[in-house]
Design a protein around this ligand. Structure first.
Ligand code: G4P
Length: 530
């Protein structure tokens, strides 16, 4: 098969949501359609439940399971679909942000009762930053929830994106009758006793068809006036606008009852982009190029503490990746070949001979890779767009066992390379400060330092609110700032200057007092320059 056929066949995407909106349930139902799993419940085990936060072994076990489900590949409608799993737990949000660098589109799940929640807004910010096309699934229509028009307004307002319903719910909760597929002019009837794939679909050619009233009673008239309102208020849906991330089509359903999921999947296949080009320091790399290239977006620790192997996840960006072939690790300037690269079909790992753009390959790593690293067939370019985001919690690392200082340093370095947290250094004294988005990471780090490296440490809370990366052309102003604010100045893993502000007010003040300094909230300045 020609490479462009392989590319067109693939859809690589992520499902994102605020915890509990139904991401896991929807993922599972999509896999059922693809025949990748036989029974519901298989993906569920992968969830890190909040109750498990104090049980580290449990976390580790969960992390182990999630290796197998980090990428879920299945075929549907002649397409090869790669779902990149994103952790639901908010403390692992940074993992999710990074995974979004490796997808070509996203399905955003919203709980019809809760509407747009905090985590949804943050995730959407990342999608907007990277112009990722988003398709929205409003879930849990079998339960009481917000009015559909109010929900659409809320989506537009809080997520800062134009929306366009392509399906419309008929009633909600106890009155939920089904969904009208605006695009296909089909009425899909809901039956809470049926959760299997087949369901009652009535094809309607004319919205005034008497059949609608026969089936829906007075809700038929409501449907007609709703549809009229939609046509009046919302612009026609243009697929190109969706691809440019300017509009998000909206679907409604109930993942639990497997309702509206097939419509979502079929529309997704029709609309979602195939593997797209990726930016590098030498311009965009098109997937159709002959030469192989890819980047590491995730690193997973091995569960066995005796073998500190890790699994690095590579997104193939161009050309064909081949087993047992030397590729260049551009940052390290060394060549590597991989004898057991994995893909993830039907929830099991399989050794692959070849992989194509859009595919994710798991590579065994003994500590050579960092998140963001590029592999090529020898070329020198490096992929961009894998930023660190500002952490929200900061703690100073206090060594509890001076005999194990080396182990502690090594452990901190490796764990932060894996992306568990960000490491900042403050001088003088080489003070190590960890930044995370959730409390859980500190517990995980402490546990893993002890069990994998034999090092023990405590954490001292620091009152910082945000990390901002500083750039400027005005060296004099920078020197001045570094001197005056020395207690708030640290350096990241690449020696960039970072300002830790105690509050939004103090950050604003710094911006005002030092107008030539630019304070960025992610480490990748070009994408988010403020
Ligand atoms: P998440 O991955 O986004 O965190 O959410 P998940 O799919 O785990 O769903 C969270 C809860 O919401 C689960 O209930 C799930 O069964 C329920 N749920 C998901 N989709 C629907 C839906 O369409 N309708 C209704 N009524 N419920 C839905 P739970 O009680 O927390 O978990 P479980 O005990 O059922 O596993």
């Amino acid at each position: 098969m020609h490479i462009s056929e392989e590319i067109n066949k693939r859809k690589t995407f992520g499902i994102i949501s605020h915890p509990d909106a139904g991401k896991t349930t929807l993922t599972e139902k999509l896999l059922l359609f693809g025949g990748a799993i036989q029974v519901a419940g298989a993906v569920k085990n992968n969830k890190i439940k909040r109750t498990a936060t104090s049980d580290f072994m449990e976390i580790e076990k969960q992390r182990g399971i999630s290796v197998a489900t980090s990428v879920m590949t299945f075929e549907y409608g002649g397409k090869l679909i790669n779902i990149l799993d994103t952790p639901g737990h908010k403390d692992f949000a940074e993992d999710t942000y990074r995974t979004l660098t490796a997808v070509d589109s996203v399905i955003l799940v919203i709980d019809a009762a809760n509407g747009v929640e905090e985590q949804t807004e943050k995730l959407m910010e990342v999608c907007r930053m990277r112009d990722i096309p988003v398709l929205i699934f409003v879930n849990k229509l079998d339960r009481e929830g917000k009015d559909a028009f109010d929900l659409l307004d809320e989506l537009e307002e809080k997520l800062d994106i134009k929306v366009r319903p392509l399906a419309w719910p008929i009633g909600i909760g106890a009155d939920f009758k089904g969904v009208y597929n605006i695009h296909k002019q089909e009425l899909n009837l809901f039956d809470s006793n049926k959760t299997e794939i087949e369901k009652d679909i009535v094809k309607i050619t004319d919205i005034n068809d008497q059949q609608i009233d026969d089936i829906l009673g007075s809700q038929g008239e409501v449907l007609r006036s709703d549809l009229e309102l939609i046509e009046g208020v919302y612009d026609d849906f243009e697929p190109e606008e969706y691809e440019k991330a300017q509009i998000a089509p909206v679907f409604f359903g109930s993942a639990l009852y497997n309702f509206g999921v097939q419509e979502l999947l079929e529309s997704f296949i029709e609309l979602a982009p195939s593997p797209l080009s990726r930016p590098t320091n030498q311009g965009d790399i098109e997937p159709e190029r002959e030469d192989f290239s890819g980047f590491i977006f995730k690193i997973h620790a091995n569960l066995d503490p005796n073998h500190r192997n890790r699994l690095a996840f590579l997104r193939v960006c161009s050309g064909t990746f081949k087993r047992n072939t030397f590729y260049k690790h551009v940052r390290a300037g060394k060549n590597f070949k991989f004898s057991n690269p994995y893909t993830f079909m039907a929830q099991s790992k399989l050794v692959v001979e070849e992989a194509f753009p859009g595919d994710v390959v798991g590579l065994y790593d003994t500590g050579n890779f960092k998140i963001g690293d590029t592999l090529t067939d020898g070329k020198e370019f490096m992929f961009k767009g894998i930023p660190s985001f500002s952490p929200e919690l900061f703690r100073e690392v206090q060594n509890q066992d001076p005999m194990k200082t080396k182990q502690l340093e090594k452990g901190l370095l490796q764990l932060t390379e894996e992306g568990v947290a960000q490491l900042f250094i403050r001088q003088p004294g080489n003070v190590k400060i960890l930044g995370t988005v959730g409390d859980l990471q500190f517990e995980v780090i402490q546990y893993r330092l002890k069990h994998e490296y034999g090092a023990s440490c405590n954490f001292k809370g620091l009152p910082f609110h945000k990390a901002t990366w500083i750039t400027t052309d005005n060296q004099e102003q920078l020197n001045d700032f570094l001197r005056i604010k020395s207690r708030n100045i640290v350096q990241d893993k690449d020696d960039n200057w970072v300002f830790l502000a105690e509050s939004p007010f103090l950050l604003d003040m710094a911006r005002r007092d030092y107008p030539d300094l630019v304070f960025h909230t992610t480490s990748e300045f070009k994408v988010t320059a403020e």
